[in-house]
Design a protein around this ligand. Sequence first.
Ligand code: FAD
Length: 106
Amino acid sequence: PPDVEQLGRATWTFLHTTAAYYPDKPTVYQRAQMLSLLRALPTLYPCSHCATHLGQEMKTSPPDVSGRVALSRWLCQQHNLVNERLGKDQFDCAKTDERWKDGPSD
Ligand code: FAD
């Protein structure tokens, strides 16, 4: 089976980076494609208990694909739910661009 930690780090990198570069004003097509990508994860993500948890969380809080800022925030919140479950520190969602797009300002 895959290494759940390594898979997680790689997947979060992909998802947060993709959200960070998602358009501010996505087209209808871009929104639909993003929704498809995220909705596929509970079915396809190769860590079954992770996938089950994600599917449950996505029912409570559906992805907000309306734009870059909202999507980045939604993903940050989802990641924080996992962090909480695993006893990891919460991440400050005001810092997603700094972490995943712009880099530190100084
Ligand atoms: P990660 O949590 O992988 O984070 C990588 C980097 O992202 C951090 O170093 C930090 O810079 C940044 N970051 C942290 N939090 C946030 C945030 N909220 N927003 C933006 N950036 C942030 N593992 C399990 O054991 N059980 C599970 O049920 C489980 N479910 C998962 C579900 C999904 C959808 C994914 C993608 C992963 C899941 N994982 C799960 C893996 C887990 O989340 C971690 O990826 C793994 O434990 C490695 O953790 P890490 O401490 O290296 O950092």
